[in-house]
Design a protein around this ligand. Structure first.
Ligand code: NAD
Length: 246
């Protein structure tokens, strides 16, 4: 099927849907200048001059054993303070405002969906905008976190001296089950699930797809994924561009 025909089909599905849920990943934010993990120019392709792979650098083990390397990598590669939402973020926020879309479920830790105006954003891997003192539990936003980082390589809580840890899910860590359960609830009651900008290889987030019981599963991704066969409409293109054509 030609892309134009697919766009027409997508438009028809969206018009006829009563409850759309969107499930996305890093590819949604690449058009905002935030690199994803696995594309050719993504974070995993960065050459490090040390012996750690980027995947290892954002693991719980690294955070515990080599906190300076962990915080250095995290600040340089996962925080894009000046990034702005792109057309994909705005389009999804518009669908929610119109009452068509009930939730955005994202693996992203940036805040671009919220900045675009989306209200029900379920962030299954946490957010850079919440940073928690591991001793007293005090929560700091991104600006506060970055200010602490200016003073020392590993940020500490000014109140109690505990280490401040970003509220993002590192490799080897479990997910926030409250958010995950709500994501399951949303997906299992949707009539249309749009998946976009994700390689669909990070578990357990990917397992969310199995809860979808609705009619239309749409996959919009620049490259093919192992789960393309599950979708009844697959579009291999940039998600912002696809939504623009609608
Ligand atoms: P991933 O890097 O594994 O895959 C991204 C996918 O998006 C790739 O298949 C790529 O082809 C596709 N893609 C890239 N640009 C696209 C575009 N404009 N339109 C459509 N598709 C596009 O990312 P993932 O699947 O989200 O999983 C990895 C982890 O990456 C997640 O846990 C997430 O927390 C983390 N991450 C988040 C951010 C962010 O917050 N913006 C950035 C990098 C990584």
């Amino acid at each position: 099927m030609e892309n134009l025909e697919k766009i027409n089909q997508l438009r028809k599905i969206i018009n006829e849907s009563k409850k759309i849920v969107f499930f996305g990943g890093a590819g949604v934010s690449t058009e905002s200048g935030i690199p994803d993990f696995r594309s050719a120019n993504g974070i995993y392709s960065k050459k490090l001059n040390r012996h750690f792979s980027p995947e290892e650098l954002i693991s719980h083990t690294m955070y515990l054993r080599y906190p300076k390397d962990f915080y250095d990598f995290y600040k340089k590669n996962l925080i894009y303070k000046d990034a702005k939402p792109n057309f994909a973020h705005f389009y999804l926020a518009k669908l929610e405002k119109e009452g068509k879309l009930s939730a955005v479920i994202t693996q992203n830790i940036d805040c671009l969906h919220e900045m675009a105006g989306s209200k029900n954003v379920l962030k299954v891997h946490g957010t850079i905008d919440r940073n928690i003192c591991t001793k007293c539990g005090k929560v700091y936003n991104l600006d506060e976190f970055l200010n602490f980082c200016k003073k020392e390589e590993v940020p500490h809580c000014p109140d109690c001296g505990g280490v401040i840890k970003p509220d993002v899910t590192l490799y080897e860590e479990g997910l926030n089950m409250e958010i995950f359960s709500e994501a399951i609830r949303q997906i299992s009651s949707a009539d249309t699930l749009i998946i976009g900008g994700t390689s669909l290889i990070v578990y357990p987030a990917v397992s969310l797809i199995q809860y979808f019981k609705g009619k239309n599963l749409i996959l919009i991704n620049k490259s093919s994924t192992d789960k393309d066969y599950l979708a009844n409409l697959v579009i291999h293109d940039k998600i912002g561009e696809v939504f623009k054509k609608l």
